[in-house]
Design a protein around this ligand. Sequence first.
Ligand code: GLN
Length: 235
Amino acid sequence: MTKYHLNLAHLYGDLLNTYSDVGNIIALRYYAKQMDADIAVKVVSIDEEFNPDEFDMALFGGGQDYEQLVVSKDLPNKKAGIEKFINDGKPLLAICGGYQLLGHYYIGANGEKIPGLGVLDHYTLSQDHNRFIGDITIKNEETGQEYHGFENHNGKTYLGKGERPLGKVVSGHGNNGEDGSEGAIYKNVYCSYFHGPILTRNGEIAKKILLAALHHKYPAADLSQAEALEIKPTF
Ligand code: GLN
């Protein structure tokens, strides 16, 4: 029995799970165990209610344009819930397609406009017959931490109000190949184009997400041991 229990919503986990984004849950569980916490996971998909009060953290993975289009039609039903979840300060990890769908819209590879939730202020354009593919390294300017991953996306994302990048591109393409930014941070929402999956290779981000969830759920707990968890490089 662990001391802490966390509930994770895997948003559209049956449709958006490119390049094993589900591995992020394995990484979260690996680090959670070291913080004396376990994680129950529930996939919340099309036509299912998302109750923000039921969950302590969430994962919104990547996918193909077709699946993103399917998901986008269901998003209005979950908008109020996801907005509340984010504004409550609960952590959400959004990768690639999920990242795009948190913003205003994504223009798909065939030119179709796929509406997003619009709860974050970015938007995503399409590249003409090109994708950003390959290994990528970025540096978070606030912490100096370096993050490593693999990107494969058509979309070019431009950040908006209140969003700061997850990191500055050291090598690779990032959000749009132009402004040197990669990913986004907004409140406790972490967005990125990184697959890999991101958390298996960048435990520091897993640690931030878990600590945010634990502090939110257990405000009176002494979490100093979890805070002190040392993350060993895995890439
Ligand atoms: N379909 C989107 C794009 O190509 C997202 C891809 C992904 O999630 N890997 O930009």
